[in-house]
Structures are given as structure tokens and as C-alpha cells.
Ligand binder design. Structure first.
Ligand code: AMP
Length: 249
């Protein structure tokens, strides 16, 4: 069984984001970029399926600029077997990525596609769902457990107020939530080995996909600054303040 896993190069989770002065977007100059954390979980899950003998090949895909190769090399160091970069300078919106992943899936015919539930830069939480719709495949989003057996994926998914379990007939699409697994640390020997693994580059045109944006960003702004809180001496003062200052009682 082949598993396709998507990895996005996004701003590192520890970076404090700055909005550009002209409010056209987020300042990416000299900012550390890493693999989207939910995609690390996706790669880890795919590699665990391979280690368990359920999957026999893990293919990582990234869409974006040439430096997404670094992100793909990380996926290869975690344990993916080969990588595909869909290279473009165009800013990609979720629909464009979903179309590219659909084209790659048509070519690769994976039994399972694992994506992150969302990219921490655009927070869109759309690509997996759009891919499932475009490919007419069953989907389970926000997965916290995945078991593959007998042509099915049994997926526990995080929902409001608990967990839901779905049985998907393969091929299927799964998106990862935080509790699915804890990704391993990438070791130096594996980073060295990853350099020798195959990495193919294709262009959106080769796949016949139009990646032009369909949405226009009007303005990006910092959230309003919150006033600092105050500590009150006792419950009596708190109630007094809630009555007279906050006026919520
Ligand atoms: P989003 O819908 O943008 O929040 O992204 C959800 C998931 O789609 C991510 O966690 C990735 O697995 C995948 N994805 C989004 N953009 C890209 C990209 N440019 N390259 C590869 N995968 C992507």
C-alpha cells in the first residue's frame, strides 16, 4: 500500500509574526521556515504505517518555491521513501494545492493520503477537505488514531465533546490532529541518508493545473492589543469591580 503525505513549508511555530508595514501580508524576510507541525505528524503516521508493515511506500509532496526541497528532505529524514516538489513561485491558496495534490494522486494512486488538519500560517483548514471533494474520496479530518486493515482505515477523530470513529473504504483522505502521534526527532544519520533519496521536481503546468489565486487579500492587521489584567485582593473587590467597572453583574 502506498501512502502520499503532503508537507507545507511554513513559518516556524516559534517565530513571532510581524505584519508588513503596508498591511499586504506577513513579513517573511529572514524568518525561519520549517515543516508545518501538523505535517510532521502526517509524515510520522505514514512512516509508522510503513514500519508496521501496513504501507510499503511513503511519498512526500510539497508545493511551492524551490526551498520547499528542504522541507521534503526533512520528510525523507523522518522516513519517507521519495519526494515530489511541485515547484512554483506563485502564492498558493488551498484550492490550488488541492488541485495539485489531486493531480499527483491521480498519477501515484495512493491508498491513503495524509495531510495536516491545517497550515499554521494561513490557518485555512481547507486543503484536505477540498482534495477529498475533488477526488470524490472518503475523508476523515482531525484524526487522533488511524488503524488500517482489510482495505479500510478506522479513524478516531476529534469532535466537539469527544471522539467519533469512522470506517473509510480505501483509497481515502485523512487529516491529522495534534494527538495522533508525537513525531520523532530527526537524527543526523537519517539526515545524511535523506540526501540520497529521490526527489523529483514537476511544475503545475506539467500537471495541467491552473494555480492562479481565486481570493484577494484586502488587508492583514495585528490583533488589537489587550489591556493588562489586574490582581484583586479578595472576592469582595472582584465583585465590586465586576459591578462598577466591567458592568457585567
Ligand atoms: P490549509 O488548508 O492551508 O490549512 O492546509 C492543510 C494541509 O494541507 C497542510 O497541513 C498540508 O498538509 C497541506 N498543504 C497546504 N498547503 C500545502 C503546500 N503548499 N504544499 C504541500 N501541502 C500543503
Amino acid at each position: 500500500m502506498k501512502v502520499l503525505v503532503s508537507v507545507k513549508r511554513s513559518v516556524d511555530a516559534n517565530v513571532k509574526i510581524r505584519v508588513k508595514a503596508d498591511q499586504s501580508g506577513v513579513d517573511l524576510a529572514n524568518v525561519k521556515m520549517s515543516m508545518n507541525p501538523f505535517d510532521e505528524i502526517a509524515v510520522e503516521e505514514a512512516v509508522r504505517l510503513k514500519e508496521a508493515g501496513v504501507a510499503d511506500e511513503v511519498v512526500a509532496v510539497s508545493c511551492g518555491v524551490a526551498s520547499c526541497q528542504e522541507t521534503l528532505r526533512t520528510a525523507l529524514a523522518i522516513g519517507a521513501d521519495r519526494a515530489i516538489l511541485v515547484e512554483t513561485e506563485q502564492d498558493l491558496q488551498p484550492l490550488a494545492v488541492a488541485k495539485l495534490l489531486k493531480a499527483i494522486a491521480d498519477r501515484e494512486r495512493p491508498a491513503l493520503v495524509i495531510l495536516g488538519k491545517q497550515a499554521i500560517d494561513d490557518d485555512a483548514n481547507q486543503t484536505g477537505q477540498m482534495l477529498a471533494a475533488l477526488a470524490s474520496l472518503p475523508q476523515a479530518t482531525f484524526a487522533s488514531k488511524v488503524v488500517v486493515a482489510d482495505g479500510k482505515a478506522i479513524v478516531s477523530r476529534e469532535v466537539d465533546g469527544g471522539a467519533e470513529t469512522l470506517a473509510l473504504t480505501l483509497p481515502a483522505i485523512v487529516t491529522t490532529d495534534l494527538r495522533l502521534n508525537e513525531p520523532r526527532y530527526v537524527t543526523l544519520p537519517n539526515i545524511m541518508k535523506a540526501k540520497k533519496k529521490p526527489l523529483e521536481t514537476v511544475k503545475p503546468e506539467d500537471l495541467g493545473v491552473d494555480v492562479l489565486p481565486r481570493l484577494r487579500t484586502l488587508k492583514v492587521a495585528e490583533p488589537a492589543k489587550r489591556n493588562a489584567g489586574v490582581q484583586v485582593a479578595d472576592v469582595k473587590t472582584l465583585v465590586e469591580k465586576l459591578k462598577t467597572e466591567a458592568k457585567v453583574l
